[in-house]
Design a protein around this ligand. Structure first.
Ligand SMILES: [Zn+2]
Ligand SMILES: [Zn+2]
Length: 149
């Protein structure tokens, strides 16, 4: 994350007339720094030392405000809790089957799939989601049996 990104995000908040509380600032900063699409719980755990009076509800509330302004995206996968992404440009995700880690990767947006789906089904297509699954590097390491001494 560059300081500039954070400053831009703060500007966006200010322009939207949203009050920038220290907690809101910290949640935003954490999201911009975290490469792993944290859950609200993870953000709470990471920041509770700094803000002992902060509750999980406050974190959720801040995330909702940031989402409404368009600074973060909420990602829902199945029935697990939402994850939050500060990268709001078009990108895809690869998800670890084992630890649930989500990593961004870029690939040209598959517009053709949308127009084909529209033609074939007559739907008015709004968007699509694509996720790739596998095992992250860390989980591959732990899966390898350790050589005996
Ligand atoms: Zn993993
Ligand atoms: Zn992402």
């Amino acid at each position: 994350m560059s300081e500039q990104q954070l400053e831009q995000a703060i500007d966006t908040l200010r322009d939207s007339g949203v009050r920038i509380t220290p907690q809101r600032h910290a949640v935003l900063e954490y999201l911009l720094k975290a490469p792993v699409h944290p859950t609200a719980d993870e953000i709470y755990k990471a920041l509770e030392g700094k803000f002992p009076n902060m509750s999980v509800a406050t974190v959720y509330n801040n995330l909702r405000v940031l989402r409404e302004i368009g600074l973060v995206r909420e990602l829902t996968y199945g029935d697990s809790s939402s994850r939050f992404d500060s990268n709001t440009t078009d990108h895809y995700h690869i998800i670890c089957d084992k630890c649930g880690k989500i990593v961004d990767f870029h690939y040209p947006v598959l517009d053709e799939v949308e127009s084909l789906a529209e033609q074939v089904t007559g739907f008015d297509v709004s968007h699509h989601r694509m996720e790739i699954y596998g095992k992250c590097e860390k989980c591959q390491e732990t899966a390898t049996p350790t050589p005996s001494h």
